[in-house]
Design a protein around this ligand. Structure first.
Ligand code: HEM
Length: 410
């Protein structure tokens, strides 16, 4: 891979579909530069991405399998990636380490355990809609990201992990800082690292003092009773992963679905009439606007062949969910259109294989609760600006709207 051949990804993620189409025209897997100039390979179609995710010769452990790993900490503009791959948890481990770390958390998020959370999700949704009605009374505009899409998953994950109110602001800053890829400066990377080392140890200390019926207390118990199953470092980074996922991902699913429906009255009418279900709306939102457009990083364990291209062992690969969902070879020439009736439930937005998302049932439950509740209670809602004037969060990783200004109507 020579630098001249690489395409730089937009660190702001301003127009992910257009960028995806440009890359796809270059081939099934293309050399790109991530913010700050980190080299990686980008799969550009559904089949290539699926194959690479499922290939056991593709790892998620940078310490064992990324040739550039030793250079990252000292490089002036590469440190931001440490918030994603410098963490030691199930997200960035391979083989037996991954299995061990995943088994500690996954049983708490099964479909059965998640179904038991439904009454709490419904209760929080009801409170948020009441508050929204008060705020939006007499035509005052509301921001559905800050006033609805964000607080529901955040309140749920904080309850599940016993995050106290005094740590909420720092946890939100941390989650936003990790997602924001528009600033590859060392200052930004240091800000994120210092928030990690301030917020997570504070949460662990808080729960050691005041254990409760929550998952942080449970993970601390595992750590204290059996250090072979979970080290101090793994405890901290596991909390970062799962709490961070709760802060950012479902927020964008809910926001993206609301904007898609408010932008297209025919789609909203179809779901209201019952001709398509809310599950189909959720899947179509995830296909077309996956909450994670792209995730860093995977690594070639051995040389890999994709078409005419060889990915050398030790190179990094990004996981391009947006590109897979927009692939016309898989979803047809109208792949770029939102059409809930297409029934595209084979999207890869929750991943596939051993690293597939453990929070998918919870994310689906939250979206399937809040979306019908919102559109039933406020059937005359309208965006206060045309959809073309909405702005994406500044990230090539996350796909979501920074603000969703809406009038709730009469
Ligand atoms: C719409 C919401 C969500 C989306 C789109 C999403 C998507 C994803 C994706 C794409 C992956 C990576 C799969 C791979 O590497 O192949 C993942 C992994 C993960 N997600 Fe989610 N996620 C969401 C919500 C959540 C929530 C609410 C939680 C927490 C409860 C969560 C926890 C995790 C964890 C722990 C992993 C790592 C699994 C592993 O590496 O073994 N996610 N998610």
């Amino acid at each position: 891979m020579t630098p001249g051949q690489r395409t730089a990804l937009d660190p702001f993620g301003a127009d992910i579909p257009a960028e995806t189409a440009r890359l796809r025209a270059l081939g099934p897997i293309v050399p790109v530069e991530l913010p700050g100039g980190i080299p990686a390979w980008a799969p550009t179609d559904y089949d290539t991405l699926r194959r690479l995710i499922l290939d056991p010769e593709v790892s998620r452990d940078p310490r064992r399998h990324w040739s550039l790993w030793p250079e990252i900490p000292d490089h002036p503009t590469w440190g931001w990636i440490l918030g994603w791959v410098g963490v030691v948890n199930m997200f960035s481990t391979y083989g037996a380490d991954h299995t061990r770390l995943r088994r500690l958390v996954a049983p708490s998020f099964t479909h059965r355990r998640t179904a038991a959370m439904a009454p709490r999700v419904a209760a929080i949704t009801g409170e948020l809609l009441d508050a929204l009605a008060r705020k939006g009374a007499e035509g005052a505009p509301v921001d559905l990201r800050e006033d609805l899409a964000r607080p529901l998953p955040i309140r749920m994950i904080c309850e599940l992990f016993g995050v106290p109110d005094e740590l909420l602001a720092d946890t939100a800053r941390l989650a936003d800082g990790v997602i924001d890829t528009s600033d590859p400066s060392p200052e930004h990377a240091e800000m994120v690292q210092s928030l990690i080392f301030r917020t997570l140890p504070a949460l662990i200390a808080h729960k050691r003092d005041r254990p409760g019926d929550d998952m942080t207390t449970e993970l601390i118990r595992v750590r204290d009773e059996d250090g072979d199953r979970l080290s101090d470092e793994e405890l901290m980074y596991t909390l970062l992963l799962v709490i961070g996922a709760g802060f950012e991902s479902t927020v964008n699913l809910i926001g993206n679905a609301i904007v898609a429906l408010l932008s297209d009255p025919r789609q909203l009418a179809a779901v209201r009439s019952g001709s398509v279900g809310w599950d189909a709306v959720i899947d179509e939102t995830l296909r077309l606007h996956p909450s994670f457009a792209t995730l860093p990083l995977r690594y070639a364990v051995s040389d890999l062949t994709v078409g005419d291209t060889t990915i050398p062992a030790g190179d990094a690969i990004i996981t391009t969910y947006a590109a897979s969902g927009l692939d016309p070879a898989h979803y047809g020439d109208d792949a770029a259109d939102f059409d809930a009736a297409r029934g595209a439930d084979d999207h890869l937005a929750f991943g596939i294989g051993v690293h597939r998302c453990i929070g998918a049932p919870l994310a689906r439950l939250e979206a399937a609760t809040v979306l019908p509740a919102f559109f039933t209670r406020f059937p005359h809602s309208t965006l206060t600006v045309p959809p073309s004037e909405l702005h994406q969060v500044p990230s090539f990783i996350a796909e979501g709207w920074r603000e969703i200004p809406v009038r709730l109507g009469g």
